[in-house]
Design a protein around this ligand. Structure first.
Ligand SMILES: Nc1ncnc2c1ncn2[C@@H]1O[C@H](COP(=O)(O)OP(=O)(O)OP(=O)(O)O)[C@@H](O)[C@H]1O
Length: 298
């Protein structure tokens, strides 16, 4: 289990992560999706204790990451696949970490086989690796300590379609065995293929979250009003789901229900239409376009 509670990180006066809350549950692959610069890496760095939040809190398996004893055996982390020592071989990188974590002999060979790095690839210096090989080594490193939780920043980046299919199977098996997986991506198609749940972020804020099925099946209504806060409260109180979509709201309520709720709450509607989010792609564009990025589903 990974929990982010009101995580905020400011640089100067700018909040690059702004009040981000979500839970990644065991047995599920949670995709953390957003355009370039949305704040995914900064959030992951806060989850793993590398960046201190300005406010808010993150826990993994019930504790802040920095308080976990032997964290490599609880949480596998892949934040930057290029961060490995360029002059070491893949096998050396893994052996060093295995020794630090006190792992059983044979674990390195096991994990190399899991990620599909051949004997000759494992024996080559990492400076010669392609991006796809780096991702496989990074994943091997994350899996090495047989953790319960995986936190992976853009792990699919650089993999070919067969590699993406392989990654989906591997992460799916990890979650099926009770593990928790959080992986980020700026590419909707990649994450859609891998994730059970999604947290979508734009300009540092969570703009939508839920299971892929829920988010895919977003029939309902898009609404703009002169007082979205009051309308959101009234709709929620009436039992409807409400998602912030930049300026405006998306809700599970029908247009008539929105109209009646707005009347009861004395809120003036300025726009009311069936939700355009008929698929994840629409949803992703809807929720991120207002945040100034168009290339995200490229
Ligand atoms: N140390 C820092 N100082 C100042 N600004 C920073 C710092 N680290 C990140 N930022 C800014 O915070 C914003 C979010 O960056 P972040 O790397 O978290 O985004 P991201 O969603 O991971 O994007 P990408 O997909 O491009 O990696 C960016 O505008 C970035 O320039």
């Amino acid at each position: 289990m990974i929990t982010a509670e009101h995580l905020t990180r400011r640089y100067g006066t700018r909040a690059v992560v702004d009040d981000v809350s979500f839970t990644a549950r065991p047995g599920r692959v949670t995709g953390f999706l957003g355009p370039n610069g949305a704040g995914k890496s900064t959030t992951m760095r806060m989850l793993t204790g590398l960046t201190t939040p300005t406010s808010g809190r993150a826990t993994i398996l019930g504790s802040p990451f920095r308080e976990l004893a032997n964290p490599g055996r609880r949480v596998g982390v892949l934040l930057d696949a290029s961060a490995q020592h360029a002059g070491r071989t893949g096998r050396e990188v893994l052996h060093l970490s295995a020794r630090l974590m006190g792992l059983r002999p044979g674990r390195v060979e096991e994990v190399l086989a899991t990620v599909g790095l051949t004997t000759s690839e494992a024996g080559a210096r990492t400076r010669t690796y392609s991006l796809g090989m780096r991702q496989r080594l990074g994943l091997a490193h994350a899996l090495l300590g047989e953790p319960e939780v995986l936190i992976l920043d853009e792990p699919v980046n650089g993999l070919d379609p067969a590699g993406i299919r392989w990654m989906r199977a591997l992460l799916g098996d990890f979650a099926d065995a009770g593990g928790t997986v959080l992986l980020s991506s700026h590419l909707l198609r990649e994450v859609e293929a891998v994730a059970d749940d999604l947290v979508i972020i734009g300009s540092g804020r969570v703009v939508a979250q839920g299971s892929v099925e829920e988010l895919l099946a977003t029939p309902g209504t898009q609404v703009h009003s002169l007082d979205d806060d009051s309308l959101a409260r009234a709709l929620t109180a009436a039992g409807h789901e409400v998602t912030r979509a930049g300026a405006g709201l998306t809700t599970s309520a029908t247009a008539e229900e929105v109209g009646r709720t707005a009347l009861g709450a004395a809120v003036v509607l300025t726009d009311l239409r069936p939700s355009a989010a008929t698929g994840l792609e629409d949803l992703f564009f809807d929720t991120t376009a207002q945040h100034g990025r168009e290339e995200a589903a490229a």
